[in-house]
Write a protein that binds this ligand. Structure first.
Ligand code: SF4
Ligand code: SF4
Length: 183
């Protein structure tokens, strides 16, 4: 996928402050060195590169950012965050943008990406960590894509990569509190 040019449209001066407050990271410190974009393993699937998203947040392009595909394609791998010379937590910014997009009803991505995000968070909320079987089950129920990737699923199950029963964490209650505070 070819990254788009940033389109100039209505600017929202509050977007930068809102995202900086949510993430406690100084998005305005970005000097567009592009180290985040050049290290991102999923950049080829994005409509805007990570550095462009950061630029757009700085410019106040709320609608473009919240409707972008990039924020849903991001896998939170944190490569960009590690590479940023200004300590901007780009992965966290992407996460805040996803939540903002969901709450504002402006998310325009493919529904399956959104369903995957919701299934992932639901598993974390329940167990304090991901339980793949629950997550896959929820995702399949929401999307109806029951047979898609069935062969890979079977193989992962055989190799013990997908556990039948969930494992929980000691921090499960703390995770629940975080969800309660932020919902
Ligand atoms: S690595 Fe940091 S400073 Fe460089 S473009 Fe990305 S966000 Fe901006
Ligand atoms: S966290 Fe997201 S944007 Fe950053 S490198 Fe990973 S996939 Fe790319």
């Amino acid at each position: 996928m070819q990254a788009k040019e940033i389109a100039q449209s209505q600017l929202d001066s509050k977007l930068l402050e809102e995202i900086e407050n949510k993430t406690h990271t100084k998005v305005s410190a970005c000097f567009q060195c592009l180290k985040c974009s050049s290290g991102c393993p999923l950049a080829y699937e994005m409509d805007y590169l990570p550095a462009q998203i950061i630029r757009m947040v700085n410019m106040g392009l709320r609608d473009e950012v919240l409707r972008s595909r990039t924020i849903w394609v991001c896998a939170s791998c944190e490569t960009c965050t590690t590479r940023c010379p200004n300590d901007i937590d780009i992965a966290h910014v992407m996460d805040a943008l996803r939540e903002t997009a969901l709450r504002s009803g402006k998310a325009e991505t493919e529904e399956n990406l959104r369903h995957f995000h919701e299934a992932f968070l639901s598993a974390i909320k329940t167990w304090g960590r991901v339980h793949e079987l629950q997550m896959i089950g929820m995702y399949k129920l929401k999307t109806g894509r029951f047979m898609e990737d069935a062969d890979i699923g079977k193989e992962m199950f055989k190799r013990g990569k997908i556990k039948l029963l969930p494992e929980t964490t000691r921090g499960r209650r703390a995770v629940k509190r975080i969800f309660k505070k932020t919902s």
